[in-house]
Ligand binder design. Structure first.
Ligand code: NAP
Length: 291
C-alpha cells in the first residue's frame, strides 16, 4: 500500500499498517502462551466528542484482537471513586493498558488521577514516570500522538539526523514529547509557543515543522521552506469543516511531504494506542518489547 500520494502522507494507510502489524503480533503473543492484551478505558461524564473517541478506541482494539473494557462513570462521580477504580484496574491482570479519557470534569484533578495509573499500564504515556523516562531518553510508554507523528516522518522518508525541526506547541500531550522524540532522533529542535517572537521566521528555516497548536491554518505556505516535511497535528472544527493548523493548499506547494487533515495524524493516535497496549502486555508478560 502506498504510504504517500504525491507529496501527501497517507495517515490512513500508515495507521492501517500499524494496526495490521499489531493484530498479527497479538495473535503471536497469544499463540506463544501469553495473555490476550486488554485495554481499559475510563470515561467520566457524557462529553459527546469523548464518547466518540472512546467508542473508536474499543472498536479498533477489538479489531486488533484485544480485550476491551469500558468504564463509563457519571459526570458527578467523586474523585475518590475514580481513584478506587484506577487502583482496581492496576491490580487486574487481564488489563494491560489503562486510559483515562481527557478532559475530565472540573472537580477532578486529572494530574493526580493520571499519576495513580501504574506506569507499566500507562498506554497514554502521561504519568510522571513515563514523561521522566522520555526526558531521560530511556524506554517507556510514549504518548500516542507524537509517537504517531514519528511514524509518519519515517513513512515519508524524512532524514532527521541533523535536521532543523520546529515544533509549534509545548503541551504535555503533544508538543513536549514531540520535541523529545525529535531530539532523540538527532534533530536540532526549536520549540515554539504562544510567546514566541516571529514564528514565521523560525518555520522558514525548518526542514521539519510539527504544528500542534489548535489554531486553524496558522502556518502559511510562505512559512514553509522548499522541500520541508510538514506534520499537522491540529484538529479545528470550523465552518468549512475539520481543518488543521497548517494552510494545507499553500503549504503543499512547497513541502516535500505533508499530512492532510483529516486523514493524517488523527489516524495514528489510536493505532499507537494499540501498539502501546501490545507493548505493555509484552512487558508485563516478561516478553522482550519491540521498538
Ligand atoms: P494545547 O494544550 O492547547 O496546546 C497548544 C499549544 O499551542 C500551547 O503550547 C500554546 O502555547 C501554543 N500556541 C497557542 N497559540 C499559539 C500561537 N499563535 N503561536 C504559537 N503557539 C501557539 O493543545 P494540544 O493538546 O497540544 O493540541 C494541539 C492541537 O492538536 C489541537 O488542535 C488538538 O485538537 C490537536 N490534537 C490532535 C490529536 C490527534 O490525534 N490528531 C491529538 C491531540 C491533539 P502556550 O504554551 O504558550 O500557551
Amino acid at each position: 500500500m502506498a504510504l504517500i500520494d504525491g507529496n501527501v502522507i497517507d495517515g490512513r494507510a500508515v495507521a492501517q499498517e500499524v494496526r495490521d502489524r499489531v493484530r498479527r503480533e497479538v495473535e503471536e503473543l497469544v499463540a506463544s502462551g501469553g495473555t490476550r492484551p486488554g485495554l481499559a478505558t475510563i470515561l467520566v461524564g457524557d462529553d459527546p466528542a469523548s464518547q466518540v473517541y472512546v467508542r473508536n478506541k474499543h472498536e479498533k482494539s477489538r479489531e486488533a484482537g484485544m480485550q476491551s473494557f469500558n468504564h463509563t462513570l457519571p459526570g458527578d462521580t467523586p474523585q475518590d471513586e475514580l481513584a478506587d477504580l484506577i487502583v482496581e484496574l492496576n491490580e487486574d491482570d487481564s488489563v494491560h493498558g489503562i486510559l483515562l479519557q481527557l478532559p475530565v470534569p472540573d472537580h477532578i484533578d486529572s494530574d493526580a488521577m493520571i499519576a495513580l495509573i501504574d506506569p507499566r499500564k500507562d498506554v497514554d504515556g502521561l504519568t510522571p514516570v513515563n514523561a521522566g523516562l522520555l526526558a531521560l531518553g530511556k524506554p517507556g510508554m510514549v504518548p500516542c500522538t507524537p509517537a504517531g507523528c514519528m511514524d509518519l516522518l519515517r513513512a515519508a522518508g524524512t532524514e532527521l539526523t541533523g535536521a532543523e525541526a520546529v515544533v509549534i506547541g509545548r503541551s504535555i500531550l503533544v508538543g513536549k514529547p514531540m520535541q523529545q522524540l525529535l531530539l532523540a532522533a538527532n534533530a536540532t529542535v526549536t520549540q515554539c509557543h504562544s510567546r514566541t517572537r516571529d514564528l514565521a521566521e523560525h518555520c522558514r528555516r525548518a526542514d521539519v515543522i510539527v504544528a500542534a497548536v489548535g489554531a486553524p491554518k496558522l502556518v502559511k505556505g510562505d512559512w514553509v521552506k522548499e522541500g520541508a516535511t510538514v506534520i499537522d497535528v491540529g484538529m479545528n472544527r470550523t465552518d468549512e469543516g475539520l481543518v488543521g493548523d497548517v494552510d494545507f493548499d499553500s503549504a503543499r506547494e512547497r513541502a516535500r511531504a505533508i499530512t492532510p487533515v483529516p486523514g493524517g495524524v488523527g489516524q495514528m493516535t489510536i493505532a499507537m494506542l494499540l501498539h502501546n497496549t501490545l507493548e505493555a502486555a509484552r512487558r508485563q508478560a516478561g516478553v522482550a518489547a519491540h521498538s
